[in-house]
Design a protein around this ligand. Structure first.
Ligand code: GLY
Ligand code: MN
Ligand code: MN
Length: 440
């Protein structure tokens, strides 16, 4: 990890230099941030670090610490490590592989940073803009700097790819345990506990709220409720859950049929094949939208083949019917943030290309390039709210309503892997880790 991190930091330094030259500034002060208090309360939300801080200093627990970078000299860490008997104070990671890459200053008090900060010709990067003003900064989160940093972050260094790869292992172990808990008759709540136990992560460490959905609950795309009671009957199970490694996220989904011989199981298997087929096709230079569109054509074919819609696949696609069954995007960039930055940003100047009107939920409009890490997560759902408008449409008679209604009890299917774009195609980090673990 040491040499990968040294290379990573060299890339970061070049990016910082580029940003500073463009914005005509001398340095960046990056603040890690602090946990947010609840309204009128003395309790706090779990701490979520400023991802730009984590990008430079890979310790997601470095609450209230600061970094100073000028793109040339050794970066400086101002690590906040107070004496505290109420809370576990952040522990300076001085014995890690990255410690020696920084000059160190320990802060015993968060306000002590004021003694060190020289705000002239420097930018502040962080959430606490009022404090930055009070500290004398006049360049606070300048767009020019953020655009350069965000664009650079969409091309992962080998260090970052290693972290994203490591995060696959814990998540896969969790998925394996969760699948067994489902088959053992456990409730969503109990399955979530099995997942957390196997990953050794708490609800506060996982990169997003675990989606643990049995039966029709899997038709709610971001279902995070966790029923405590097991269902009377079980038909299907969808788990969308990840883990983090040094702040880098995995984002994996698997769907299961309770009856492995059912037609629903065959549909799950087809979706798995489609996901792998699109991953096989990924190539540098092609736009992410083209793969999303391709998936809609394939799902249109499934709608025809499984007799959900009695029309030819190309007509199903042209009429927009596949958008009812696959209403989200094919995936997104993945990194320190689950829906990582710059999915729409086309260059370091910040040119924005929005999702097309037909696919407003698409989170990536980028041309694929080496080093990008993306999720590929096709879905197929039976969502009442989206199906209903078709009931009064001229094409209503082509829908096999009886079969569609029968399938509502399954909710839906999503399958999601994490891939890195290489010069000659995509490397499937999830499949590679699953093979190492010998689980699927
Ligand atoms: N877990 C959220 C997503 O897959 O985008
Ligand atoms: Mn997901
Ligand atoms: Mn995802």
């Amino acid at each position: 990890m040491q040499s990968l991190f040294t290379q990573h930091l060299a890339t970061v330094q070049q990016t910082v230099q580029q940003a500073l030259e463009l914005a005509r500034l001398d340095g960046l002060w990056i603040y890690a941030g602090s946990a947010k208090p609840h309204f009128l309360d003395d309790q706090h939300s779990p701490f979520k670090i400023n991802p730009h801080f984590n990008y430079v200093f890979p310790d997601p627990n470095a609450e209230q610490s600061w970094l100073y970078l000028d793109g040339k000299n050794k970066p400086k860490i101002y690590f906040y490590a107070p004496q505290d008997y109420w809370h576990v104070a952040p522990n300076p990671p001085t014995d890690t592989f990255f410690a020696s890459e920084f000059d160190w200053q320990i802060l015993a008090d968060s306000q002590q940073i004021a003694q060190f900060i020289q705000p002239q010709h420097c930018a502040f990067i962080g959430e606490d803009e009022k404090w930055a003003e009070a500290l004398g900064f006049s360049h606070i989160n300048p767009k020019k700097v953020l655009n350069v940093l965000h664009f650079a972050r969409s091309f992962k260094t080998e260090f970052e790819i290693k972290c994203l790869y490591q995060a696959q292992f814990s998540a896969l172990k969790g998925h394996h345990a969760a699948k067994n808990a489902f088959l053992d008759g456990k409730s969503e709540f109990e399955i979530n506990l099995a997942y957390l136990q196997a990953t050794q992560q708490s609800d506060n460490n996982v990169p997003y709220g675990n989606i643990v959905a049995i039966n029709q609950n899997s038709a709610i795309l971001h279902y995070t409720k966790l029923d405590v009671a097991p269902p009377a009957e079980r038909h299907s199970f969808l788990l969308d859950a990840g883990t983090t490694y040094l702040g880098y996220a995995s984002d994996l989904t698997r769907s299961y049929a309770f009856d492995s011989k059912s037609e629903f199981a065959a549909l799950v298997a087809e979706m798995e094949k489609l996901k792998l087929a699109v991953i096989d096709n990924l190539q540098v230079g092609y736009n992410y939208l083209s793969y999303h569109t391709q998936m809609h054509q394939w799902i249109s074919q499934l709608l025809q083949d499984f007799d959900f819609v009695k029309l030819p696949a190309d007509q199903i696609f042209e009429e927009g019917i596949s958008r009812t069954f696959f209403p989200h995007g094919l995936g997104h960039q993945l990194g320190l943030q689950v829906h990582d930055v710059a999915g729409f940003q086309q260059n370091a100047r910040g040119t924005h290309k929005a999702a097309p009107e037909l696919y407003p939920s698409l989170r990536c409009t980028r041309d694929l390039a080496e080093g990008m890490v993306l999720t590929i997560e096709p879905g197929f759902y039976f969502i009442e709210m989206l199906l209903n408008p078709w009931k009064n449409a001229p094409l209503a008679r082509f829908f096999n309503w009886q079969k569609i209604d029968e399938f509502k009890k399954f909710g839906g299917i999503r399958t999601e892997d994490n891939v890195v774009i290489r010069a000659n195609g995509a490397e499937n980090l999830t499949a590679k880790a699953a093979e190492m673990l010998n689980i699927r």
